[in-house]
Design a binder for this molecule. Structure first.
Ligand code: PMV
Length: 355
């Protein structure tokens, strides 16, 4: 019987690093030069939804991203497909007459349909959600028995930060020691319920695609920035321990100080790169100034800010009350331009506007 199609749909949120990953020690396996810690966003917003299908009728592997067909020939897609295929196990659905032996997964072709509900490649970690979702849905389709940790090591080979999106809540990616990357995996530090007062607001300063990809940027920083090497050896190991403690004890002042300091140091390493990389723009700098001023005037941090490889601010408010004040400040100091619909300016939980 060749008349069947097997399908799985999964949804994966993106994650935002509070201790950043920047720099690879192995570019093919995607092994980082330091540990990193992130928070996974609510799956309702900023997520990728991926449907993967397999059928004996498919003649080649194909993929569509946001309804446009894209090539699967890149090494990263090929690594993820190969790793998952080699771990597929026997599958049978007697009712539908489908019997797949584990070795068949290497011969059957897949079709992949993926959709981001937010701007792709604008420093909002679209590749993190994308590869996590791809690996997870393929693993379910091919009856892979590996746990999330092992799947995270496969997602890592698609995009480093993707390994952290396999879990919700707070997640640590350990750089590992093995040359083959088997211990460079993500672990969950705390579930989303552990610190549910926090509210994350993303101010989309620009949804344009970034000029320097994270792959190129990291390579140039590793090759030319002395600050990056100092950071990875002397700064991050201590910060990781302090951040784990701040999360464990829900210590917002420490959490905020570490998050802001780490974002600023990451962007400093970008400036220390030759030629320098500018991910933040004037609006991002004004946002930092505004948040710093507010935190100082309150005597204790109310909001943490962090910026990835783009100008968009990720703002983490201490609680819902602070989040409402934060939104008021954002709308006052950084109003949307006249032609922007409020709906596209504010992604996410708009109920906070009613408070
Ligand atoms: O995984 P990549 O190649 O998209 O790199 C992500 C790099 C940062 O977002 C800047 C930091 C991080 O840890 O996510």
């Amino acid at each position: 019987n060749k008349n069947w199609i097997l399908m799985v749909t999964a949804r994966s949120p993106t994650n935002i690093a509070v201790i950043k990953y920047w720099g690879k020690r192995d570019e093919t396996l995607i092994l980082p030069i330091n540990d990193s810690i992130s928070v996974t966003l609510d799956p309702e917003h900023l997520c990728t939804t991926t449907t993967v299908a397999v059928s004996p009728k498919f003649e080649e592997d194909r993929m569509w991203l946001n309804k446009k067909e894209i090539s699967l020939s890149g090494g990263r897609f090929q690594s993820c497909l190969r790793e998952i295929r080699s771990r597929g196990t026997d599958f049978e659905d007697e009712e539908k007459g489908i019997f797949i032996k584990k070795e068949d997964w290497k011969k059957l072709h897949v079709h992949i349909d993926s959709f981001n509900n937010f701007p792709t490649a604008a420093g909002l970690a679209s590749s993190a959600a994308g590869f996590a979702c791809l690996v997870y849905s393929l693993a379910k389709l091919m009856n892979v028995k590996e746990d999330e940790g092992q799947l995270s090591a496969i997602a890592r080979q698609g995009s480093g930060s993707a390994c952290r999106s396999l879990y919700g809540g707070f997640v640590k990616w350990s750089m590992g020691n093995d040359a083959n990357g088997s211990d460079s995996i993500a672990v969950q530090l705390a579930t989303e319920a552990h610190w549910d007062e926090l509210v994350i607001i993303i101010a989309v300063v620009s949804s344009r695609q970034k000029e320097t990809s994270s792959t190129t940027g990291m390579r140039e920083s590793v090759e030319t920035s002395p600050l990056l090497h100092y950071r990875s050896k002397e700064v991050v190991p201590k910060r990781i321990l302090q951040m784990e403690e701040a999360i464990r004890t829900r210590d917002f002042p420490s959490f905020a100080k570490l998050t802001c300091a780490d974002s600023n140091q990451f962007h400093a390493t970008c400036l220390d790169t030759s030629p320098p990389i500018f991910y933040m723009n004037d609006t991002s700098h004004r946002q930092v100034f505004c948040m710093e001023k507010w935190n100082r005037s309150e005597g204790t941090p109310q909001v943490a800010y962090t910026f990835d490889a783009g100008p968009n601010a990720v703002l983490i408010a201490k609680n819902r009350k602070v989040a409402t004040q934060l939104l008021q400040r954002l709308l006052f100091y950084f109003p949307p331009s006249a032609d922007t619909e409020l709906d596209s300016y504010l992604i996410g939980d708009k109920s906070i506007l009613k408070d």
